[in-house]
Each structure stands twice: as C-alpha cells, then as structure tokens.
Design a protein around this ligand. Structure first.
Ligand code: SF4
Length: 637
C-alpha cells in the first residue's frame, strides 16, 4: 500500500522469540485514527499483549512510536513514545522522550516499531533505511548506557547512529528502570527499561538517510521560522531556555509547592542551594536540546570535586533536583548532580528513585524499618547514604534489592504503617508537583492510566486568578472561560482537568513536546491544527484532534480495565489527606469527600461507568467498537 504524507505506511514488527521481522502497511485511515505516539502504542498493546500477561516476560509488547509530525522542522516534534505494560503499576506505561531517535526512525523509513517475544540471549536491533537486523548484544550486557552507545556506533561504523538503550538497572529488572534515548533523554516512568531487559533486548539503534515527505514543507518551515523568531517573547520559554526546568525550583518553593521530606512539607530550607540559578553559577557547562528545537532546555553539567560528574550524561531537570534533593532533605547540589549522572549511567528513573528513597528515609526515622536491616544510616539529609543506596538498588543487593521493587511493593513487607507512608498512585511514586496546592493534580495523579504523572493535563496555574491574560486567552478556544483558585476541585475544575487531559493526550499522540504547546507556551491550538495539516495534507480540525486525544485516553483506560485496574485502584495516598507543614501552604490538605465527588463526576464527564471503565457508547463514539468487544470478552465491561 502506498505511503502517505508525513507517514511511510510502514510499521516494523519484530518477534524476538522467533527472530521474525515483518512490515505492516495499515493505510491512511489507520494513521488518521491513531496518528502515532501513545495512541498508536496503546492500540498495539491492546491488540497484541495477552490479558494478564507478566510485564517482565516475553508476552509483554513494547511499542516505540514517533508520529506523522516527526521529522518536520517544527520545534518540539522531535520526540517519540514508548508504550508497554508497566512492571511498576501493572497497567499501561506510556512515556515520551526527546532527543533525535524518533526523527532518525522516520528517516530510516518506519513509522513505529512493535516488539514482541523474548530473545534467547541478549540482542539489539539495527534499523536503517528500510531494513532491520537482530544482532548479538552479549558483549554489551552488563555495561552502562554511555559505553554501549559508543560501542554500538563503533561496531556499525557511524557516529551519528541514535541508540535507544537500557543500562544495568533494566537488565536486573529494577521496576523503575528507564529507557534511555542516548545518554541525555529518557522514557523515565513506568519501568520501561525493565520491560526491555526482560526481552533480552539491550538496544534499538537507528540511522536513516531518507527524507520524510510532508504535504506542505513551506507551511512547516513558516511555523518553525515563526517559533525561532518569537519564542523568547514568551516568558515561560525564555526562562526555560535560560535555566531549563531547573528554573522551577525557586518559584515552586516560594508558593509552598516543592515536595520536601517525603511530601511532609512544601517548603524546603535548602531550595536556594539546589536551584537552577545556583546550578548555572556552579556546575553548568552548556545546554542542549532536541531535534529542530532552538529552546535547548536540557542542561549539561560537569564536576571534578567533590564528585566526578561526566557531562556525557547531561544535567538534572526540576523533577530530579526535587526528587533527589528536597524529597530527601538533601541540599548538596554536587551530590545531586552525581546521583543524576548515576541514574543516567545505570538507567534509573530519578523520580521513582527519589520517591522510594524518601519513603525509606521516613520509615527509618520513624523506626518502622530497622537501621540494621538497611545497612546504612539512610536518613533525611544524608547524601552519602542515598548515593550508596543507588549502587545497591542497581546491583539488587541487600535492602537495595527490596527498594528495586519500587516503594509500594517494598512497603508491603513492612505492614500498614509503612504502606501509609508511600506517596504513590497505582504503585508509581509521585512527581514533584504538589496536589494539595494544585488541586486538579490530585485527580490527575489518581486517575491517569499510567499512574501519578504531571504531564498528562494542564496545571491549575493556567486558569488561576492571577494567570496572565495571554494564557487565559490561549486556553479559551477549548471553552474554558472561568478563572479558578489553585485549590478548588469543584465541577468547573474537574471540567478543566477533563478537557486539558484530552489535549495533553493529543500532544503525546503527536509526539510533540508540551513545552511548545498551548496554552502556557508557544503555539496556539490553531497552529497545532496547521502543523498536522501541513505534515499530512489532511483537512483536520481542533474537533477531530480532540477526539484523537480522547481516543488515546480511552485506549489506555480500556487496557487498564482489562488488566483489572479500575476506580478501586485509583486512591490517593493517605499523605494527601494530611496537612502540609510549614511555609505558605501550611495546613493545606485534600478534602476526602470533595475528592471522591470529583472523581465520580470526572467518570461521568468522560462517559465511563462508576468504576471508571469506558462504556460501549463512548468507545463506539470514538470509533473503538473493537475495544468494547475486547472488554466484554475479558469481562471488564
Ligand atoms: S523545549 Fe526542550 S524538551 Fe522540548 S523539544 Fe525543545 S529542547 Fe526538547
């Protein structure tokens, strides 16, 4: 079947058990329906992963997918999604990474890679110009990410090969192992590195020389030019360019939203010392970015003393500074950048690592876990112990072996008191945005199919009473016309969450960076529509794209329902009902009754059952009748 504009009509399927490779051409209607990224990934996961499969087995399916916009010159379109069943949550893991890999896969002539089965021994995939080979990775097993990237480039004789790979953490089945796109970009959340490790798959190397054909190249160039000329006029993007997301540390702390000591407080006395501003004055040596993006928000740091930090592994983002800093009561920036480097070398998600360490520190301090069992003085503020525990987690040694299971699984060994201190949703540790302050995130963290996530909907600040008129104007095409306090969780706030969740779901489907997307940053909703039309030649609209976003949300939700994850598993952790202590948010907590009402209303808005399962009517409206059948057969509906 013929290729389209913006897509090759070529999905690469690799069965590692049989060593089979085939190419599927599903046609234009398929691409217009599922587009790419997380939506396309969720489609193949539902189709191919058997119900109830063990995520750490060959039965799991790993989908790597850019979109119809990837490879265009428009900033933010250089990303791709990775989707599989999560070993951390048991539901869907869908995580996006920046860099160059997605663009390179498109140039190699493929729209996505669907990987099934498990190889007999460690292998890697080599994909180039319409071809794919399964190659021996035994010499690379056990090695760190940076070394393997170099060795694969040497073996294949091309320094421009983009390598998606796992480190030792993924090989050892650490449930929060990440999947690295090179050494500076990551599919951090959900344990996708462990999924690849369980498949005996060390890496997916790609290199392409084919130009992706788009419908209106001039239109795409005009969008890119407009962005490059004006993005600095947007205050958010100009700060992002100067400090990276590390620039959020101080503003978050000022409003009492910087999670501190396992989310006991929103104010950290050491915030200044771990801020983006301090990073710039001390360890920063450069900044980098993703394909075609002039923002270059990625940090590059280096240090010789007190810890040697290799700039090959980039630098910490806001989430990492918080998770390995304020979560742990650590204000030693040198130690944090070293731990960030270790995460990137070994292939660990820094957010879950910080969440697990913070939980363990509180348990040790409260005498719930014995210090002798931990084998070191793992208490708040101890950078030395935190760093030593990273090594033990990756080696799966002693207490590190327990923490490698993630905080929620680890806590089950120690009883209710320990479980009550885990700050998680569906087993995934919370990211560094405080739901007791930005209250729609309480609903988001609990109900997002992939577990607690801060990139799945717009944050409450966009429509806060003091939000800028420009942002408020930018969000109005979605019919969001009312300003609301950060801490409200009333019906209009639930509606704000529902609507923006579908748009963020679309961003993941287009594999576009949310830092260039409306309403807070650069492009308008009209320009997003323009982008898709210029890439594909379709006559799409904001309405059709909104449906695509909803389609992805419902596919993910349906997958979870099929795996037995529904409203019953979507609780907030007890800590969210406890008051924050100290600073501007002192005393703030989630009201249980208000939260439960909001969750029930959200399910009704979405057209789901009271258990949060998509109804047949909703699925048929989205053109997903086949999913309703699947849910019926597995008795999820
Ligand atoms: S804003 Fe940052 S993360 Fe987003 S595409 Fe640009 S460089 Fe990458």
């Amino acid at each position: 079947m013929a290729e389209g504009k913006g897509f090759w009509n070529r999905i690469l399927h690799v069965d590692l058990s049989q060593g089979n490779i085939r190419v599927e051409s599903p046609g234009e209607v398929f691409f217009r329906t599922y587009i790419g990224g997380g939506c396309l990934g969720a489609y193949y996961l539902l189709k191919y992963a058997p119900p109830g499969c063990d995520p750490l087995s060959g039965e799991n399916v790993l989908v790597l997918a850019p979109s119809v916009a990837t490879g265009s010159p428009v900033p933010g379109t250089g990303r791709h999604s990775a989707v599989a069943k999560s070993p951390l949550t048991g539901g869907i893991a869908a995580s996006e990474a920046g860099g160059y890999w997605g663009m390179e896969l498109k140039r190699a002539g493929f729209d996505a890679v669907v990987i099934t089965g498990r190889a007999e021994y460690p292998v890697y995939l080599w994909i180039t110009d319409g071809r794919c080979e399964i190659r021996d990775a035994r010499p690379y097993w056990g090695k760190e990410t940076g070394e393997v990237q170099e060795l694969i480039r040497e073996e294949l004789g091309d320094g421009l090969i983009q390598v998606l790979l796992i480190g030792p953490a993924g090989e050892k089945g650490v449930r929060f192992a990440n999947l690295a796109s090179g050494t500076k970009n990551f599919h951090g959340r959900g344990g996708l590195g462990a999924v690849m490790g369980a498949k005996n798959l060390k890496a997916v190397a790609v290199r392409g020389h084919q130009e992706v054909r788009f419908a209106d190249k001039e239109g795409l160039i005009a969008l890119a030019r407009d962005f490059a000329q004006h993005f600095r006029e947007n205050a958010n993007l100009s700060t992002l360019s100067e400090y990276g997301t590390a620039g959020y540390v101080l503003p978050q702390n000022e409003v009492g939203g910087l999670p501190t000591r396992n989310f006991q407080s929103g104010s950290f006395e050491g915030a200044e010392a771990i801020s983006g501003e301090r990073l710039k004055e001390t360890y920063l040596i450069g900044q980098e970015g993703c394909y075609a993006c002039p923002v270059r928000c990625k940090r590059v740091v280096a240090s010789e003393e007190p810890y040697r930090v290799d700039p090959l592994y980039g630098g910490p983002e806001y989430e990492t500074l918080a998770a390995l800093g304020s979560y742990l009561g650590i204000d030693d920036l040198g130690a944090i950048i070293k731990m960030n480097e270790l995460c990137n070398r070994y292939g660990l998600d820094s957010i879950s690592l910080g969440g697990a360490l913070a939980w363990a520190m509180e348990c040790v301090e409260k005498g719930i876990i014995d210090r002798a069992e931990v084998g070191m003085d793992l208490v708040f503020g101890s950078a030395e112990a935190a760093m030593a525990m990273v090594e033990k987690i990756v080696a799966r040694e002693g207490f590190g072996d327990i923490l490698a299971e993630g905080a929620w699984r680890a806590a089950r060994r120690y009883g209710k008191k320990a479980l009550d201190l885990v700050v998680h949703a569906k087993g995934q540790e919370f990211p560094a945005h405080e739901p007791r302050l930005k209250r729609s995130l309480a609903l988001a963290y609990a109900t997002v199919p992939k577990g607690a996530d801060h990139c799945s909907s717009e944050h409450d600040v966009a429509i806060a009473p003091d939000a800028s008129d420009a942002i408020f104007q930018a969000i109005s095409p979605l019919g969001i016309l009312e300003r609301l306090p950060l801490t409200s969780l009333n019906a209009p706030k639930v509606r704000f969450y529902y609507i923006t969740q579908q748009m963020f779901s679309l961003y993941d489907t287009l594999a576009i960076c949310l830092f260039v997307c409306p309403p807070i940053r650069y492009f308008s909703f009209d320009q997003l529509v323009e982008l898709v039309n210029a890439a594909t030649g379709w006559n799409t609209s904001l309405l059709e794209l909104f449906w695509v976003g909803e389609r992805k949300t419902n596919l993910c939700r349906a997958f979870n329902a099929r795996e037995g994850i529904d409203a019953a598993s979507e609780a907030l952790p007890p800590r969210m009902y406890e008051p924050l202590r100290g600073g501007p948010t002192d005393g703030l907590r989630v009201d249980r009754e208000e939260f439960e009402k909001a969750m029930a209303l959200y399910f009704e808005m979405a057209g789901w059952t009271p258990k949060g399962v998509p109804t047949r009517g909703k699925l048929e409206a989205l053109g997903l009748g086949w999913v309703a059948e699947e849910l019926k057969q597995t008795r999820a509906l």
